[in-house]
Design a protein around this ligand. Structure first.
Ligand code: ZN
Length: 199
């Protein structure tokens, strides 16, 4: 609790509300309260707070009346006064968890992009932020051969590798120009397709 210079400290005010001050300290607090509007206002708030906590504690005890005595006794301790807040906090956490589970944005559907093998063909166009399904024109490459595929960006850095099939799944790519390459198992470059990912 914040300490306020020259005024009754918050802890002391709270103890005063709960009747937990010695007579001397009590008199000192009352003397200050008599002179200080600010602390009278604070006392009022502290009393409301203590009252609300006591009320919540009573309700909590009422709801747990048939539980063992040890638990009921806790209701009169500090932990007991905190219990309603703890329950509220737990409720909040579970509500938040429920929301995050049920309002999760579904993963975007893959975007199919056809890549033509013809030299000079227009680049395949795909949107950024969506997984891609590359539809590769593999005609003339021979069936049953193992191929390796890779995607390089315009600077020539590899950004993905994939097992080559007529339809190859690929993770989402940032906007930019790419080349999709298909290699023979021996490493010989067989085919190159242009791919443009739009922002
Ligand atoms: Zn004061």
């Amino acid at each position: 609790m914040p300490r306020i210079a020259g005024h009754v400290q918050a802890e002391e005010l709270e103890l005063y509300c709960l009747g937990g001050l010695t007579e001397v300290r009590c008199a000192r607090v009352e003397e200050h309260l008599f002179l200080c509007d600010i602390c009278r206002e604070r006392l009022l708030q502290a009393e409301n707070y203590a009252g609300a906590m006591a009320e919540a504690g009573r309700r909590w005890n009422g709801e747990h009346r048939d539980e063992p005595v040890a638990v009921a006794a806790v209701g009169r301790s500090w932990l007991g006064r905190l219990a309603p807040m703890l329950i509220a906090a737990l409720l909040l956490v579970s509500v938040l968890a429920w929301f995050s589970r049920h309002s999760a944005v579904p993963a975007p559907a893959p975007f199919s992009v056809e890549l033509a093998a013809v030299r000079g063909a227009a680049a395949g166009q795909a949107p950024a932020g969506r997984p891609l399904l590359l539809e590769l024109d593999l005609t003339g490459l021979g069936d049953g051969q193992p191929f390796a595929g890779e995607v390089v960006d315009s600077a020539g850095s590899r950004v993905a590798r994939f097992p080559v099939a007529a339809r190859a799944a690929l993770h989402a790519l940032p906007p930019g120009g790419y080349f999709v390459r298909v290699y023979k198992a021996s490493g010989e470059l067989l085919r190159e397709y242009a791919l443009t990912v739009q922002p």
